[in-house]
Design a protein around this ligand. Structure first.
Ligand SMILES: Cc1cc2nc3c(=O)[nH]c(=O)nc-3n(C[C@H](O)[C@H](O)[C@H](O)COP(=O)(O)OP(=O)(O)OC[C@H]3O[C@@H](n4cnc5c(N)ncnc54)[C@H](O)[C@@H]3O)c2cc1C
Length: 454
């Protein structure tokens, strides 16, 4: 009987378990091990009184096929919901609220037109003149997004337009985020000979397509996690795996699980590093060089509260509140405006996010301090003074891997080293994209390779 162990029951591990059951058949022994009390990793759905609410990821890019296809496979297509088409996001910058610039690539403009309302005249001139300044880029190069944008367009574009968007997706800042990993189409345009950043952005921007970009799940991600676990018919083991070895017969040995034919590690990079350093030192070291950013989400529920008709607010770096103290929140999601299925339940729901790579001390403050910071920043940014009837604090230690300059090359080395180890596969958000669709794709490919090797 073929046996496999999957370490990590986040979306990556659960998708792998589901796929392996289909690939290996009913008789295979599939074990999924996790150190946490619940499945899901960075996905978590809680009941805020009015119904289930996601306090980790709350959406996915629905223009990518992976999640809609997975939902269809599991008979869950009815769960797919779309955000409001009329509620637009706002940007808090320079002490005021603005519409989030449109026509940018992750906040990087092609011309000054899209960011005119949020930067000064000198920056606008600099953006427009940029096309006449020679750009030094050798195909295959990488750079920090912030360094590239600040050098070409000036630091205001970075702080006011790029950082708020990257802060949302990577919990990072543009100064530590790789162009090649985070903006592959921009890297391709630069490799392809674009003569300026403006021209590269123009080439790299996605072609506008009708319909919403994002999707969500009516009853939250919990429904998908449970369906994947059920479909995998995996044995669940609750253990903090600290050791991975091979016995004399070539089988993998995991304490608490025993000997298995194949292993799929779907844990964060530092954990994979610890497990593999004794198997392949160089691979363990490469994995250990991938840092994580911590963040926290405070979900606030109101019986009633006067929210604007917007989906949320992103906060630029360096924003001060009305007393001159830096705002603590990096983003507000006005969930009951953004998602019609949440609005239908009555009441209002807001998610306030804190913490960025290198600036995450707030994440470990007590719950009451985080709730108070969320309410004070909400009052400062949106004038909301209502008292929430419910509050939930979720900390995400090591929530998101950082895609720093050189990330793509490092992952290529990791993939090559892992491929040389028989019947071992890696999956997870640190490899080929942090979003849920990318995790689904990476885990599916890893499961396919492992099944082929068994
Ligand atoms: C606040 C936040 C908001 C996000 N929002 C979005 C969004 O809106 N859309 C989107 O697409 N993506 C979003 N993401 C990203 C996405 O949620 C994650 O990248 C993804 O869920 C990661 O899944 P994973 O399975 O790779 O890793 P994880 O979820 O980290 O799972 C790893 C699992 O391994 C287990 N584990 C760790 N160490 C051990 C050990 N030693 N032994 C056994 N088990 C172990 C953990 O308990 C965990 O269950 C968000 C992330 C965060 C933090």
């Amino acid at each position: 009987m073929t046996s496999v162990a999957i370490v990590g029951a986040g979306i990556s591990g659960l998708v792998a378990a589901h796929r392996l059951r289909r690939l290996l058949g009913e008789n295979a022994r599939i074990v999924i091990v996790d150190s946490a009390e619940r499945i899901g990793g960075k996905l978590r759905t809680v009941d805020m009184g009015s119904g289930p609410v996601d306090v980790g990821a709350e959406a996915f890019i629905a223009r990518r096929p992976e999640v809609p296809e997975l939902l269809a496979e599991l008979g869950l297509s009815d769960e797919l919901v779309r955000p409001s088409s009329t509620a637009r996001p706002l940007l808090r910058t320079g002490g005021a609220l603005h519409s989030l610039p449109v026509g940018t690539l992750m906040g990087i403009p092609a011309t000054s037109e899209s960011v005119r309302s949020i930067v000064d005249d000198e920056t606008c001139r600099r953006i427009d003149d940029e096309r006449s300044r020679p750009l030094a880029w050798t195909p295959g190069d990488d750079a920090a997004v912030g360094a590239l944008v600040s050098e070409r367009f000036g630091p205001l574009v970075t702080a006011r337009s790029v950082d708020p968007l990257l802060g949302g997706v990577y919990s990072g800042l543009s100064d530590t985020t790789s162009v090649r990993a985070a903006l592959p189409t921009l890297a391709a345009a630069l490799d392809g000979g674009a003569s300026s950043l403006g021209e590269a952005v123009e080439r790299a921007r996605p072609t506008p397509a009708p319909g919403p970009v994002f999707g969500g799940l009516r009853r939250g991600y919990g429904v998908l996690l449970e369906a994947l676990l059920a479909s995998s018919r995996a044995d669940q083991v609750h253990a903090d795996v600290a050791d991975l070895t091979r016995d004399s017969g070539g089988q993998w040995v995991i304490p608490g699980v025993g000997a298995v034919d194949g292993v799929l590690l779907a844990v964060p990079a530092p954990v994979a590093s610890g497990l593999l350093v004794g198997v392949d030192r160089a691979l363990g070291t490469e994995l250990g060089a991938l840092p994580l950013a911590s963040s926290a989400v405070v979900a606030l529920g109101y019986d009633a509260c006067d929210l604007p008709e917007n989906s949320g607010v992103l906060v630029a770096t360096g924003e001060l509140d009305s007393t001159g103290v830096p705002l603590r929140a990096k983003a507000f999601t006005l969930s009951s405006r953004k998602w019609p299925h949440l609005a239908e339940r009555g009441g209002e729901l807001v998610r306030v996010s804190f913490g960025r790579f290198g600036d995450s001390a707030i994440v470990d403050r007590p719950d009451d301090v985080l709730i108070d910071a969320a309410r004070r920043d909400l009052q400062d940014v949106l004038g909301i003074t209502d008292v929430p009837t419910t509050a939930f604090v979720q900390r995400w230690h090591g929530g998101l891997p950082q895609y720093r300059p050189g990330h793509v090359a490092r992952i290529a080395r990791i993939d090559a080293a892992a491929a040389a180890i028989s019947r071992l596969e890696l999956a997870g958000a640190y490899l080929h994209g942090v979003g849920v669709p990318a995790c689904v794709a990476t885990a599916s490919a890893a499961a396919l390779r492992l099944a082929a090797a068994l």
